[in-house]
Structures are given as structure tokens and as C-alpha cells.
Ligand binder design. Structure first.
Ligand code: MG
Length: 431
């Protein structure tokens, strides 16, 4: 096991206050990040009682009303939005900002990348949803920032590239995803050779125990009701199909330098054990806490300090009142996405897996596809990608060798494959 980056110990931790760029500030992770920063204001915990965090940049997609509210509160010198013009563009945002406050406003993927690599930023919270977050995550890594990574797609699409960039720039990646944060906590102080296996837990989503016949009748509003976690729409659907766990399995393989066989998945409906590490002596180390994203976020922001509970904003877990904790193997017949993710990782097809899944989820939410069509579409894309490779030639297919030395070329190849796969997925018709 080899962690993706050299994680700094107390002697090499970032200085205080930490200057943050929050990418995806209006989303669920972004809002929780600002809550943690707010919590640190009243309860200084950094050494010497200094301010712990300073917000240097906020980036959002199209929710300019909330971005303007956040900007008015934190007054960062830099903002970024998706659109240059129009009702969600720069001029519209400027009208919502307080008088006398004139931040630089950047736009689009280049704007996000520029913001994530600012000299005045030392920690980047990468919380933009889906493949859109890739450029900012890569830019931050290339610039040697400490990256608090919530955008798991970055590792799914470009895990090898990010690993190479960390080695070159000295960037550090800390896992915001709750399962990987739990693994991180269980692994602190362990020798890599002592670890036998990583275990990711999954809630099983709202349809745990249901069969395919039932699943084919599920509507978007049913799938958007997650039993334990409050999250964005894309990840909530991914949790219901178990694709979220498939993407997390790929994420774990890149973060911890293990192969898919060394990562197991356990369905744990109570979502209190957030993941486990199996040691070579046969023991299991588990991390338990209330299911609240502020905990993994605060752990990353404060690393290597343990942030006080009052800053995190959660209560200690009342185990005596929690009732029974149960565990079961995942049902990969009714929920094939987990097996599809393993297959994609083994075959080097994770870009196709992710693109097909993103399109399938969008089409399900628009009412174009049944819930059970999501894995079918993904399977179709993997089948045809593999058939294309087998028939030789596969014109225009990106090079699957090690990360190209030219960063923009490597990124362009990933993005071209992503776009081509999305086109195919958009045209697929259910049988
Ligand atoms: Mg997770």
C-alpha cells in the first residue's frame, strides 16, 4: 500500500491561517466547508489562538444568488462562475454583490483552474460535481497545493495523472469522501505492510433488499430520498444504484495504491461505521461517527490537527442508543454497478464508466430512462469500448500508457474520450 501523496506530519503541516479556495462553494460539500470555517471563528483552535482559515476564493457553477451571499459574508478577492454572460454570468453576479466590494471574477474551466492554482491559495477544497471538477483538481495538484478532494471523479478519470503530479510537485491530497476519510483515520501511524485489505461500507441506498422488477418501476423522486445522508442529486442517485461505491472503490485504489481485489464492500444500513481497515493479524480497525460531512471536511482542513468537536459541529456518537449495527454483502445481481466499476478498473475503462454513468443519471432524472437502464447503459458502453479495442485499430482512441509528460495533452485526451463517450451514451436506447 502506498498513499497517493506524501502526507505531511506535524512538522511539515501548512501554516495558519490556511488560505482556502473553495471550488463548488454552493454545493453540499462547499456549504459544509463554509460552516466548518464559520465554526472555527468563534472557537479558535489553531496554535497561538490565530485565525485558522481565510477564504481567498469561491467558485460556483450557476447558483450566483448563493455565491453572492457567500461572497458578501467572506469577501474573498477572487470568485469564479461557469458562464461569462447571461442570467448566471459575470454582470448578473456583480449586481448582487455589496457596494464597494470588487473581486476579480473568472469564468469557465480555465477560470476554475486559475483560481485553484493562485499563489495566494495554499489549500483547495475540490468539491465541484462530476467530470467538471477535473481541471481545477489537476491545476491545484500541478501547483503543489494541498487538495481536500471531494470530487472523486478526478481520481476516477485521472488517478494515474494525479499520482504522477503529486510526486513531481509535492502536492498533498487529503480525502474528503467520508469512507476514504475514515480509512485515512484508521491508517494513521500504521506501516503500509501491515494492512491486508480495505473495507468500504455502503448504506445500500433507499432500495436495499429490492429486486429488479421493483427497481424498474422506481421514479426519480423515490431515488432522490437517501435514508442517511443529505447530498446532491447526482451522488444520491449513484448511492441508490451502488455506482457511488463503485467509483469509491476506484478512488480507494488510487488513493491508497492498492488493487481492486484488496478493497471489499460491506453494506451497512445504519451508516455509522464509515469504513474499516483489515490488518494482517486478522483484526479490523473501524471508524464510527454520526453521518455528517462536516467531520471528514474538518479533518482535512485541520490536518494534522484533530479539530475540536465544537468546530466540526457534531455530537459524539451515542453507541448505546444507536441500536443494532448490521453488515451484509452487496447484492450485485440487483445492483450491477459495483461489478461494472470493478470491470472498468481492471480494463482501464474508468473514463468511459464515469461518462456513461453521468449521462445515464441525467437521462434517468429527466424521465428518459428507467432506473434499471442506468447499469444497462453503462454495460453497453463498456461492451462496445472493449469490442472496439478487440477489433483493432480503434481509430482516435487515446493512448492508455502512463501519464503523458505534457499535462495539457494528457488532459485533452481524457476530455476527448469523455466527450465521445457522452455522445454515444446520449444516443443509446433502452431495449
Ligand atoms: Mg462517500
Amino acid at each position: 500500500m502506498q498513499y497517493i501523496s506524501a502526507v505531511p506530519d506535524s512538522a511539515h503541516a501548512l501554516p495558519w491561517p490556511r488560505r482556502l479556495a473553495v471550488m463548488g462553494s454552493t454545493g453540499s460539500i462547499g456549504r459544509n466547508t463554509l460552516l466548518v470555517v464559520e465554526g472555527s471563528r468563534d472557537r479558535p483552535f489553531a496554535p497561538g489562538g490565530t485565525e485558522a482559515f481565510r477564504i481567498e476564493a469561491l467558485a460556483a457553477g450557476r447558483n450566483i444568488a448563493l455565491l453572492a451571499e457567500q461572497a458578501a459574508r467572506w469577501r474573498p478577492p477572487y470568485l469564479a462562475v461557469q458562464d461569462e454572460a447571461g442570467e448566471h454570468g459575470v454582470d448578473a453576479l456583480k449586481k448582487l454583490l455589496p457596494r464597494g466590494y470588487h473581486p476579480a471574477i473568472l469564468t469557465g474551466p480555465e477560470g476554475y483552474a486559475a483560481l485553484a492554482s493562485l499563489d495566494s491559495v495554499d489549500m483547495v477544497v475540490a468539491a465541484q460535481a462530476g467530470a467538471a471538477g477535473l481541471r481545477a483538481a489537476v491545476a491545484a495538484t500541478a501547483a503543489g497545493k494541498t487538495l481536500c478532494l471531494a470530487n472523486k471523479e478526478s481520481l476516477v478519470l485521472a488517478g494515474d495523472l494525479l499520482r504522477a503530479l503529486c510526486a513531481k510537485s509535492g502536492a498533498v491530497i487529503l480525502p474528503v469522501d467520508s469512507e476514504h476519510g475514515a480509512l485515512f483515520q484508521c491508517l494513521i501511524g500504521r506501516r503500509p505492510d501491515d494492512v491486508a485489505r480495505l473495507w468500504l461500507t455502503a448504506s445500500g441506498g433507499p432500495f436495499r433488499g429490492r429486486d429488479r422488477a421493483f427497481l424498474s418501476t422506481v421514479r426519480p423522486e423515490d431515488a432522490l430520498r437517501h435514508p442517511n445522508w443529505s447530498m446532491g442529486a447526482k451522488i444520491t442517485i449513484d448511492s441508490a444504484t451502488l455506482m457511488n461505491k463503485g467509483l469509491e472503490l476506484i478512488e480507494a485504489c488510487h488513493l491508497y495504491g492498492v488493487c481492486a481485489d484488496e478493497v471489499g464492500v460491506l453494506v451497512h444500513p445504519q451508516s455509522l461505521v464509515h469504513s474499516l481497515v483489515e490488518l494482517k493479524d486478522g483484526s479490523l480497525m473501524a471508524q464510527l461517527a454520526e453521518p455528517d460531512m462536516r467531520l471528514p471536511i474538518a479533518l482535512c482542513l485541520a490536518w494534522p490537527m484533530t479539530p475540536p468537536r465544537a468546530v466540526v459541529g457534531i455530537s459524539p456518537l451515542d453507541l448505546a442508543g444507536a441500536g443494532t449495527l448490521s453488515f451484509e454483502p452487496p447484492d450485485t445481481d440487483s445492483f450491477p454497478c459495483l461489478s461494472l466499476a470493478r470491470r472498468a478498473l481492471a480494463g482501464g475503462r474508468t473514463v468511459e464508466l464515469n461518462a456513461a454513468n453521468e449521462v445515464a443519471v441525467e437521462r434517468f432524472l429527466r424521465g428518459e430512462l428507467a432506473f434499471t437502464d442506468i447499469p444497462e447503459l453503462v454495460r453497453h458502453i463498456l461492451d462496445s469500448a472493449e469490442a472496439g479495442e478487440a477489433s483493432a485499430g480503434a481509430p482516435g482512441m487515446p493512448d492508455r500508457g502512463p501519464a503523458a509528460p505534457d499535462l495539457s495533452l494528457a488532459l485533452a485526451r481524457i476530455e476527448a474520450l469523455d466527450a465521445a463517450t457522452r455522445n454515444r451514451a446520449a444516443r443509446w436506447h433502452a431495449l
